[in-house]
Write a protein that binds this ligand. Structure first.
Ligand code: ATP
Length: 352
């Protein structure tokens, strides 16, 4: 059974179509990434899947439960870690986990056993009795993830799991995410706008732009769809470009090439081993090269190729787009005078 099936799922906020007729499946045990710039629609999609937002159209199932008709069953079978911190700094690590266990109705013995298992998994056993306010950013993040695992969900949603962490803590967090995916077989859906995160962690990645999935495959397949590495050669004069291109035509190892002012972009496999050959071709064509640049494709190149824009350009637009007044946003952080938790279940209850 697929962990998640999504069919034509759509969410409109007034004039803004945040999620536009998305369809995809996530297989059981898969580590699935939603990669896209800020404002692409990733959080909105997740909020619909965890039943925090009602779709405008379309449907989805999580662990076989329909997000329209079986909201409680959906919520019971998933864990979620939002971008916004949801821990109580004035409680210890173990107490934060216990609070979550109680919210899910776990009995004391069951809860204590699970706290131990989770603390082992996230490597915080030694710090279990320290107040969370003394934890580092990376430890807090691990505890948040552990908290989402307390009730042993089959699917875990992680919304931008490493945002705000330094490079070291980010890498550590990746390790824990991979470890729990491998050890418990839990299906994980994570959103990210870090290209490296999607590449390093995910079995498959859906690239989301403007509410739509513009590409979906394993990182390796997405990159190989671009046809290989790109070597950019700057030539001494524009006049020499046609001559050089004539010679490129004779090289069977060149997959493709394009030209721009003073430069030629050559697509080929194993670019590093072909630089000498390109220099020889230029010699044969009596063309002088002034610089050579080898570019290995990453998911950023895939994004550029499918949208025609870089991630940064889209992020810039996204920020402007995201400044409008939010309507119907469901609050999933608690007030200062109540226990601070943002579980999908309790948040939804507060809305209803
Ligand atoms: N409650 C809301 N009311 C109005 N517009 C919204 C609301 N929530 C999201 N949007 C808009 O929907 C679009 C998608 O936003 P969303 O937060 O899902 O993107 P995202 O990819 O998750 O980005 P980020 O990581 O910055 O949250 C944006 O244009 C955003 O401004």
């Amino acid at each position: 059974m697929s962990a998640i099936t999504v069919e034509q799922l759509t969410k409109e906020f007034g004039d803004v179509t945040a999620v536009d007729e998305l369809s995809f499946t996530v297989e059981s045990g898969e580590l699935f990434g939603l990669l896209g710039p800020n404002g692409a629609g990733k959080s909105t999609l997740i909020k619909m899947l965890v039943t925090l937002l009602r779709p405008t159209a379309g449907t989805a199932t999580v662990n076989g439960h329909d997000i329209h008709d079986e909201r409680s069953a959906v919520r019971d079978s998933l864990g979620i870690v939002f971008q916004e911190p949801a821990l109580d700094d004035e409680l210890t690590g173990a107490e934060n986990l216990a609070l979550h266990g109680r919210l899910y109705g776990q009995r004391t013995d069951e809860r204590n056993q699970r706290i131990d298992e989770v603390l082992d998994l996230i490597d915080l056993q030694d710090e279990r009795d320290e107040l969370v306010e003394h934890y580092s950013g990376g430890m807090k993040r691990r505890l948040e993830i552990g908290r989402g695992l307390m009730h042993e969900p089959s699917v875990l949603f992680l919304d931008e799991p490493t945002v705000g962490l330094d490079a070291r803590a980010r890498r550590d967090t990746w390790e824990y995410i991979q470890k729990m995916n491998a050890q418990s077989g839990i299906s994980i859906v994570l959103t990210t706008h870090y290209i490296e995160e999607a590449e390093q962690l995910c079995d498959r990645v859906a690239i989301v732009d403007d509410g739509e999935i513009v590409a979906l495959d394993s990182p390796a397949e997405l990159k190989s769809s671009l046809g290989g590495d790109v070597v950019t050669l700057a030539l001494e004069s524009d006049d020499s470009i046609p001559r050089f291109c004539d010679h490129l035509e004779t090289a069977s190892w060149v997959t493709d090439y394009t030209t721009a002012a003073g430069t030629v972009h050559v697509t080929l496999t194993r670019g590093e081993s072909r630089i000498v050959d390109l220099v020889h071709l230029a010699d044969d064509a009596d063309v002088r090269i002034t610089s050579i640049d080898l570019h290995k494709p990453n998911l950023e190149s895939v994004f550029l190729s499918v949208t025609g824009r870089t991630f940064d350009e889209r992020e810039g637009e996204g920020e402007v787009k995201g400044k409008g007044k939010y309507e119907g946003e469901q609050n999933h952080t608690a007030s200062a005078d109540s226990p601070r938790h943002n579980d999908a279940a309790t948040s939804v209850e507060r809305q209803q």
